[in-house]
Unconditional design. Sequence first.
Length: 171
Amino acid sequence: MNEEKEALDYCLRFSGRAYDQELERQKSVMGKAEYLLKYLTLLSAAINIVVSVVSKTGAIDTTGAVFWGLYILMLAAGGVGIISTLLVQRPRRIKQFSLGSEELARIKDNPDKYGTQCGRIYQEILWSDIVTKRMRENNSRALKWIVTAYICVVVMVLAFGGFVTYVLLAA
C-alpha cells in the first residue's frame, strides 16, 4: 500500500509540473500575441500613411497592377495577421478544477473511489490531467495562430520593401 501511495505521489508531482509548464506556455503565448498585435497595427498604419502620401504626390502611376498588387498584398497580410492575433486572445473553453464542496459530495457519493488516500490521489491525478490536457490543446492551437501572424508580418515587410522599391524606381 505504501509503494502504491509513493507511486501516486510521484505521478501527482508530474501532473503538477505539467500544469505549471502549460501555465507558463500560456503566458508566453499571450505575450507574443500582444506584441504581434502592436507590431501589425503599427506596420499597417505606416503602410497606409506611405501609400496615401505616395498616391497624393502623383509622382507614380497609382492605377498600375504592381502598385495595387503590392498594396492589396500588404493589406491582406496585415488583416490576416491581426485576425490571427485576435483569435489567440479570444476567450476559450477551459476545464476548471472542481470546488472543495463538489469534491466532498463526490467522496460521499462514491466512497469506494475516494475511500482511501490512494483513491483520492488517483482521482486528483486524473482531474489535473484533464485540466492540463485542455490547456495544452488551447496553447497548441494558439501557437498555430501565432505562427500564421508571424508569417503575415514577414509577408508585409517583404511586400512593403517591394512597394518602396517600386516607388523609388518609378519616380
